[in-house]
Design a protein around this ligand. Structure first.
Ligand code: BES
Ligand code: MN
Ligand code: ZN
Length: 511
């Protein structure tokens, strides 16, 4: 989508459509909406007075100006912003998404819009512009890579011009719009990686994509193959990958990697993403129903790769590291089995109770590898447990953390981005559930508190730096399209990680 910002009055735009807005509980029209109403001879006032348009959040109405000398666009779209007291960035995104989808259905390709909520809604101008752009791009995202013919109604919204009447706001609008575009591109990359099926998005493919994004900007990329992992003693990751014909890969992306020796003093923010490109369950095989959804079991990896692309595009100042252990979990004569004992890179041994609890195994080795960076904080993302889906449904990502400050920062980032997280406890009693009689721990703690016992295993490898684990099993993909999220891969975690990183400073890691 082509995005531009210009100074001017929206009623004078010559596009296929212009967009203005209304609050549900504010009766006097103001700003650009009042100007367009006046130029259209009171059309907005009339749809409001009939009660046909209430201004409920996301409600849209399309009007056709009679005097095209006074309103030069073909259509006026009015979008509801909901109640003024409830208005926030999520409302701005939902309003923008509703408009973008309506326009897409109409086959409109170019539109001029004002920024929702910056003048009347108390939002910071740059954040409001970012929300507008982000949601317009995310709401019109489609994955039709494998369709021979483009599906019906697939005209894309091609051009969004943001029209700002207040010249004092222009710089902030430009800044926000640019950031929105860069962040949305990271989310769309993550969605693509998720939506590609397992026969395309193999561990090798993820590594190639990481390599590709590192060519363009401040990123460096290093890929470990299986012999390199064996040298490091990554027995947990290699145990999971043993049953797969696709070789495992360990991806290391770094943004602003300091040269030479400084690398050990830079205290980076470090992300880890579970990259199981297909999870059959292994020998502890899953049922057939919905097994195809397990192509999404690399959503944590996708979030990390998408976020790394975005932080690089944004040109953030900090050193940020992204790690992705990538493998399939399949069945084979060579596959790992229940009862096996794996020796992890840390030296700790893990008894395999269930080969379907594979995510924590590959993350264990990734967390151990993370220690060499002496990170200021570690955040891992994983479609880790069905238990988390049972606990929180699809409305929040599960959070387990060893550090209250980091947890608080993620909670705040979640509220700002709409990628909400909800914290679960990590009491010692949960740790006892993964005790083994033959090894240092076992990889399953049974059904009770399953999301937490999985995190308890990760905690054994997380080291002393503040650590947070995000279980995105319920939020990574969606059965239906809603607001600015399509069916399929959500790209969850990208906006959350980017928001955390943008607010990060060296001091932020300390509690
Ligand atoms: N990838 C799954 C978790 C999952 C399940 C994500 C459903 C999204 C939807 C994970 O590898 C897994 O299979 N976990 C097991 C763990 C159990 C065997 C201890 C689970 O949750 O059933
Ligand atoms: Mn599994
Ligand atoms: Zn899995």
């Amino acid at each position: 989508m082509n995005i531009t910002v210009r100074h001017g009055e929206v009623q004078k735009a010559r596009d296929e459509a212009i967009v203005v807005n209304l609050f549900e509980d504010v009766d006097t029209l103001s700003g650009a909406t009042a100007a367009v109403d006046k130029a259209s001879g009171g059309q907005i006032r009339r749809v409001r007075d009939t009660g046909d348009f209430t201004g409920a959040l996301g409600q849209t109405i399309v009007l056709y100006p009679e005097d095209r000398r006074r309103v030069t666009a073909q259509r006026i779209v009015v979008v509801g912003l909901g109640r003024r007291g409830n208005f926030d960035l999520e409302s701005a995104r939902r309003a923008s998404a509703a408009v973008a989808r309506r326009l897409q259905l109409l086959g409109v390709e170019q539109v001029s819009s004002i920024v929702h909520g910056a003048s009347a809604g108390d939002l910071a101008t740059d954040a409001a512009a970012q929300a507008l752009v982000e949601a317009a791009i995310l709401a019109t995202y489609r994955f039709d890579h494998y369709m021979s013919k483009a599906p019906k109604g697939s005209t894309a919204l091609k051009k969004l011009t943001i029209v700002e009447a207040d010249s004092k706001r222009l710089t902030a609008v430009r800044r926000g719009a640019k950031a929105g575009q860069q962040i949305a591109a990271g989310v769309c990359l993550a969605r693509d990686l998720c939506n590609h099926p397992g026969n395309t998005a193999t561990p090798t493919y993820l590594a190639q994509q990481a390599r590709r994004i590192s060519r363009n900007n401040s990123l460096t990329c290093k890929i470990l193959d299986e012999p390199a992992m064996r040298k490091l003693g990554m027995g947990a990751l290699l145990g999971v990958s043993a049953g797969s014909a696709q070789p495992a890969r360990f991806i290391i992306l770094e943004h602003n990697r300091p040269p030479g020796k400084k690398a050990s003093t830079s205290k980076p923010l470090l992300f880890v993403g579970k990259g199981v490109t297909f999870d059959s369950g292994g020998i502890s095989i899953k049922g057939s129903a919905k097994m195809g959804d397990m192509k999404f079991d690399m959503s944590g990896a996708a979030a990390v790769i998408g976020a790394m692309q975005a932080v690089a595009a944004l040109g953030l100042k900090q050193h940020i590291v992204g790690l992705v252990p990538a493998t399939e979990n399949l069945l084979d004569g060579k596959a790992y089995k229940p009862g096996d004992i794996l020796r992890s890179m840390s030296g700790k041994t893990i008894e395999i109770d269930n080969t379907d609890a594979e995510g924590r195994l590959i993350l264990a080795d990734a967390l151990t590898y993370a220690q060499r960076f002496k990170p200021a904080a570690i955040v891992d993302l994983a479609t880790l447990t069905g238990a988390c889906v049972v606990a929180l449904g699809s409305h929040a990502t599960g959070l387990v953390a060893t550090d209250d400050h980091l947890a608080q920062r993620l909670q705040t980032a979640g509220d700002t981005t709409g990628e909400r997280v909800w914290r679960l406890p990590l009491w010692d009693e949960y740790k006892q559930q993964i005790r083994s009689s033959v090894a240092d721990m076992k990889n399953s703690g049974g059904r009770e508190g399953g999301a937490i016992t999985a995190a308890a295993l990760l905690a054994e490898f997380a080291g002393d730096a503040p650590w947070a684990h995000l279980d995105i099993a319920g939020t990574a993909w969606s059965q239906r399209s809603q607001h600015y999220t399509p069916r399929g891969g959500v790209g969850i975690g990208v906006r959350l990680l980017v928001e955390l990183a943008r607010n990060w400073s060296a001091r932020a890691g300390r509690s």
